[in-house]
Structure formats: structure tokens, C-alpha cells
Design a protein around this ligand. Structure first.
Ligand SMILES: *Cc1c(COP(=O)(O)O)cnc(C)c1O
Length: 351
């Protein structure tokens, strides 16, 4: 299998990882300067006076099982936001390297790049082709300084799945040349397969998943990076020790246990039913020009007077996302699918 290590910042390849205090739950801990007793107000499942597992391998195994990859191909991060940041820091030298993004898309890719001092190359999705990926454009613009190509499928905020063949074509054509980061944050709402099953044939692909959306754990901040073991090991090297807080680890084990997963799937089905109902109702609402098809838990809606719709929603106590500053979206708002009562409230506010 080919390697992507030549794309990594050389100083990160050479870096020796920090060695945290040894982790062995069977032994008494007199080595990490923790308080021996828990605080009275600490009512957590697992006492908080002890550090969590330094590199959370137990959580990584749970997530590897959830996403159907080998144990050494998954790494938990504080939300996939942190995975994006770690990837940019590992691969991009400040002032020299670049990332490629396909707007309109999730803004964190560009923000993380700018924080690192990396440049940003943009190859827009094709508006006139229902936001399709411009695979030829991506390959043409992928100069040698582009280290990471971010593809979001289904895409935020447009809501569409990218053609999996186009994604694979980009990934295969860039083997050895760039890492292709495929963000599948909304995949559970799409009824489409993950690229995870193909990961072993795709040495330059990194997948991002998150428990924030489908698994109702946004407050726990648990994302997962899925990739070949050499990439996982590299990113783990720059991950701070004890990154995932113990209450978040405990919450993941509860929510991702079999009963929790059954409940999660029922909740997802509920969102899908509401998505269809809300989309149909919005299409008939006054001032709505277009409701884009969605493979996610939100709808991208174009309006004759988006400022007025924002005001009406706000007056009814509802926040919707203003995406008008994004490429090709000057009349659009992004609306998260809520409960049926919440969606009714929104429809009433706009009518
Ligand atoms: C919400 C979102 C994320 C971030 O998820 P966290 O795991 O909560 O950090 C990543 N990518 C996209 C496209 C998102 O919309």
C-alpha cells in the first residue's frame, strides 16, 4: 500500500510524542498527582478526580465498531472540528501549503487553514448541476502545494450528497499527491453507504464522522477520524493527552450501546419524516422560491425576502441560519428540522 507520509510536515514526522502517565485501571494510581478522593458534588458515573484514559483507546474501539472499520483505523477527537484542525496542522506548513475546498461548504475547513497560515484554493460546487462536485476542476486546481482536499457529503449547507463515483475518482487520481478528507457528518440522514467500507483501498482518504448530529451528542463533543493506521497514528501524535473528558466518554458508551442505538435510529426516522413534511409545506409557503432536496437534517431554502423571513422567525423565538454571505446563496437560509411542534411554529411564523 502506498503511503502519504511524504505529504506530512517533516517536523511532525520527526516529533516524539508526549508520554503521559501510564494507564492501567487494575493498579492504584499514585503516579499522576491526582486527588485520592472524589469531590462531594461529583455525581458523575466515573469519578472525576482521576484523569481519563490518556489516548482513549477504549473509546476508539467503540467508534471503530460503530463505523465498521478495523480498531486501528479510528481516532476520537473533540468533535470533528478538532479533527479538521489536527489534519491541517499535521499536513500544512504555514506560509507554504494549501487546502482545497468546494464552496458553498462548511466554513471550518477554511478557518482551520487560515489559523494555521495555510492558503485556501476554492473550486465551487456546480450550482446549475444541483451542487455537483466539479471533479475535473478539483484535479486541475490541485497544485503541488495543496495537501488536503475537503469534500463534504452530504454537504453543509446545500444538503446534497456528492456523487460517490466523483469522490472516488478525485481520491484515486490524487493518491500520493494529496489527502482527501471526506466529511460524512450527516451521512446517517442520507440512507447512503459510507466510504468506510472502502478505506483499506484508499490510503490517501480520511473520513470524518460525528456523534453531534445523528446521535444527539453535540454537547459531548465526540467526532471520529477514520483512516489508514499510519494517518491515525500520526494525528494521535499531535492530539493532546486526556483530550476527551470522562463524562463525554461515559455518555458515548451509554448512547452507543445497543439500546441507545435503537433509540437513535428511531429518532433519525422521525427527523426524516419531519424533513419530508417540512419541505413540502415550505414549498407552498409565501415567498419561498426554492427548497433544495436534502440528504441531511436541515433544509436549504431560497426566499424572495430572506431578511424578512429571518425577522419573522426571530419574532417567533426561532433561530435559523443566515447563509447569505456564502457563495451563490445570497437569498438562502438554512433551517434545521425540529420536532413537529417546532416545525409547525416555524411554518406559522413564515406564513
Ligand atoms: C456539524 C458539522 C461538523 C462538526 O461536528 P462536530 O463533531 O460537532 O465538531 C463537521 N462537519 C460538518 C459538515 C458539520 O456540519
Amino acid at each position: 500500500m502506498s503511503s502519504v507520509l511524504h505529504l506530512v510536515r517533516p517536523d511532525i514526522v520527526a516529533l516524539a510524542a508526549y508520554q503521559p502517565a501510564r494507564w492501567d485501571p487494575a493498579l492504584l494510581r499514585l503516579h499522576a498527582n491526582e486527588m485520592p478522593l472524589r469531590a462531594e458534588a461529583d455525581v458523575s458515573d466515573t469519578a472525576l478526580n482521576r484523569y481519563p484514559e490518556p489516548y482513549h483507546e477504549t473509546l476508539d474501539r467503540l467508534l471503530a465498531d460503530l463505523y465498521g472499520v478495523p480498531a486501528d483505523c479510528a481516532l476520537a477527537t473533540r468533535g470533528s472540528d478538532e479533527a479538521i484542525d489536527l489534519l491541517v496542522r499535521a499536513f500544512c506548513r504555514a506560509g507554504q501549503d494549501s487546502v482545497l475546498v468546494c464552496p458553498p461548504t462548511f466554513a471550518m475547513y477554511e478557518t482551520a487553514a487560515r489559523i494555521q497560515g495555510a492558503a485556501v484554493v476554492s473550486v465551487p460546487l456546480q450550482h446549475e448541476r444541483e451542487w455537483a462536485l466539479d471533479a475535473a476542476g478539483v484535479l486541475a486546481q490541485c497544485r503541488s502545494d495543496v495537501k488536503l482536499v475537503f469534500l463534504c457529503t452530504p454537504n453543509n449547507p446545500t444538503g446534497n450528497l456528492l456523487d460517490p463515483d466523483a469522490v472516488l475518482q478525485v481520491a484515486r487520481s490524487l493518491t500520493e499527491r494529496a489527502v482527501v478528507v471526506v466529511d460524512e457528518a450527516y451521512l446517517e440522514f442520507a440512507g447512503a453507504p459510507s466510504l468506510a467500507t472502502r478505506l483499506t483501498d484508499l490510503p490517501n482518504v480520511v473520513l470524518l464522522r460525528t456523534c453531534s448530529k445523528a446521535y444527539a451528542l453535540a454537547g459531548a463533543r465526540i467526532g471520529t477520524l477514520l483512516a489508514a493506521p499510519e494517518i491515525v497514528d500520526l494525528v494521535r501524535k499531535i492530539l493532546p493527552p486526556y483530550a476527551i473528558a470522562q463524562p463525554s466518554i461515559d455518555a458515548a458508551f451509554k448512547v452507543l450501546a445497543p439500546a441507545g442505538l435503537r433509540a437513535a435510529h428511531a429518532r433519525i426516522d422521525g427527523v426524516l419524516a419531519e424533513r419530508a413534511r417540512l419541505a413540502a409545506a415550505l414549498e407552498k409557503a409565501p415567498g419561498v422560491l426554492r427548497v433544495w432536496p436534502s440528504a441531511t437534517n436541515f433544509l436549504l431554502v431560497e426566499l424572495a425576502d430572506p431578511a424578512r423571513a429571518l425577522q419573522q422567525a426571530c419574532a417567533a423565538g426561532l433561530l435559523v441560519r443566515d447563509v447569505r454571505s456564502q457563495h451563490q446563496l445570497s437569498r438562502a437560509l438554512r433551517i434545521t428540522v425540529g420536532t413537529s411542534a417546532q416545525n409547525d411554529r416555524l411554518l406559522e411564523a413564515l406564513s
